[in-house]
Design a protein around this ligand. Structure first.
Ligand code: AMP
Ligand code: ZN
Length: 439
């Protein structure tokens, strides 16, 4: 237990008994399936093909009879053919990158915007936010859900919102100081960059910078990265998870125990499946995360395959919430790299790099195929001290990283140490992989 004080936005919902939750989820699921069957021809056809009728779905256990939905469905039925409400009821559109050049889009009713705001209010409260806080939102505002999600949640709490959007780092830091921001919302890669810049400017967290906590997500990050951000900024760094198809950020969130992310189960039902067979897996086992939205009305998602890999647990949490938790996302079923037959998750390499003295966590993985054999190059930036190395440590650091990757991931990689500040900085989601094999 962390011994931290836990704030809960909606105890009635977040702490309900498991029996109450089961009854609530079952009723909402049945309602959503009926709505979908009546309004979305594509899903009706898919249920008919499986011989499943809406009245067959009565409890959470019946979920397994329903057909899956995929990101490709959002592409194939782009932009509005998955709407389960009339077009006139849609008040917002958000989007995210699809499997082709076009984005995938989701339509929100007023209800959906409210549900999402509630989920984000819970998320921020769990990180310690109250109406007395100043919340700096450095997620991008636009089709991407990060900026609006954080704004809506903080607004619902009644905190003072500073909607900076991403980028313009010097200005971010100036406003952070001038307005006394206490909470920060952005991607973990941008939090790292902000933290480093703050340190370089000679500003002291706790004195010049008043931040106490941050909600960071929208991209994979490691536990080591989380600890580094906490040190750099002197804050509690909480992981938050979400995806456009389910509304956006706030689907699940860390409480201050930071031991898994509480799922907003009164709004979504989570399952873990074996990605190869589609069979449900028990709590504790790693597999593909599948979500069913049970309160969304604009574009409900039934058994939506996220391709994100994690596990679930129903072990009690010290914060008092009764909701199940999902582990950190350890990779994806689709862009997991397979290099010389070995499954490689960028997060494994990130953990090695963050733990290594002398390099900064700005890196790129370059995969290629030379003479029919896959190659992996790990490019990482040296710190200033290492770069001006006078005692000949650089070669040792390079060798150390190579050995660590070999032992953790199981494959040999070429490690390239780049000069400080030479690699691209990210203000939104970081791009960490260049796979030249696909070209
Ligand atoms: P988007 O809808 O564009 O915001 O992308 C959603 C995807 O971002 C998810 O399916 C995950 O792959 C990734 N993502 C979001 N939050 C997290 C997080 N906290 N940790 C790891 N991956 C995340
Ligand atoms: Zn908790």
């Amino acid at each position: 237990m962390s011994g931290k004080k836990h704030l809960i936005y909606n105890p009635e919902k977040e702490c309900m008994s498991r029996d109450e939750m089961h009854a609530w989820q079952s009723a909402k699921l049945a309602e959503t399936v009926r709505r979908e069957y009546e309004n979305v021809p594509m899903y009706r056809a898919r249920m008919d093909a499986k011989g499943v009728k809406p009245e067959d779905i009565r409890t959470v256990e019946d979920l397994k009879y329903l057909p899956f939905m995929e990101k490709t469905d959002l592409r194939d039925y782009y932009p509005f053919d998955l709407l389960a409400s009339p077009r006139s009821e849609i008040v917002r559109i958000h989007g995210s990158s699809g499997t082709t050049g076009k984005p995938i889009v989701s339509g929100y009713t007023r209800n959906d915007v409210d549900v999402w705001s509630e989920m984000m209010a819970r998320t921020l409260t769990a990180a310690g936010c109250t109406k007395d806080d100043v919340v700096q939102v450095a997620y991008g505002f636009g089709l991407f859900t990060g900026g609006f999600g954080a704004y809506q949640g903080a607004d619902k709490i009644g905190a003072m919102v500073v909607p900076m959007s991403s980028g313009n780092t010097q200005r971010q830091i100036m406003m952070m100081q001038d307005l006394g921001a206490t909470m920060l919302c952005c991607t973990p890669s941008y939090a790292t960059y902000l933290g480093e810049t703050i340190r370089e400017m000679g500003l002291a967290p706790g004195k010049d910078i008043k931040l106490k906590a941050g909600c960071f997500g929208a991209e994979p990050w490691s536990e080591a990265m989380r600890v580094r951000i906490e040190e750099l900024l002197g804050i509690d760094a909480c992981d938050i998870y979400g995806l456009t198809e389910l509304g956006g950020p706030g689907v699940a969130f860390n409480c201050l125990e930071k031991d898994g992310m509480h799922i907003n189960e009164d709004h979504v039902i989570a399952e873990i499946i074996d990605p190869a067979t589609g069979e449900q897996l028990p709590y504790g086992e790693k597999g593909e995360l599948v979500f069913t939205s049970i309160t969304k009305t604009g574009m409900p998602m039934l058994r939506y395959r996220t391709h994100d890999i994690c596990s679930l647990t129903d072990k009690p949490c010290a914060c008092g919430r009764s909701t199940i938790r999902m582990s950190r996302i350890t990779g994806r079923t689709d862009d997991m790299l397979i290099i010389r037959g070995v499954n490689v998750f960028p997060s494994q390499i990130e953990t090695v790099l963050v733990k290594t003295q002398g390099v900064a966590p700005h890196y790129m993985l370059v995969v290629d195929r030379v003479n029919n054999s896959d190659t992996l190059e790990v490019q990482v930036e040296m710190t200033e001290e290492m770069f001006s190395d006078t005692v000949g440590q650089i070669e040792n650091v390079r060798r150390y990283i190579t050995e660590q990757i070999k032992s953790v991931v199981g494959i040999s990689a070429k490690v390239t140490l780049n000069a400080p500040k030479s690699m691209p900085r990210s203000e939104g989601k970081a791009k960490r992989i260049i796979d030249n094999r696909k070209l």
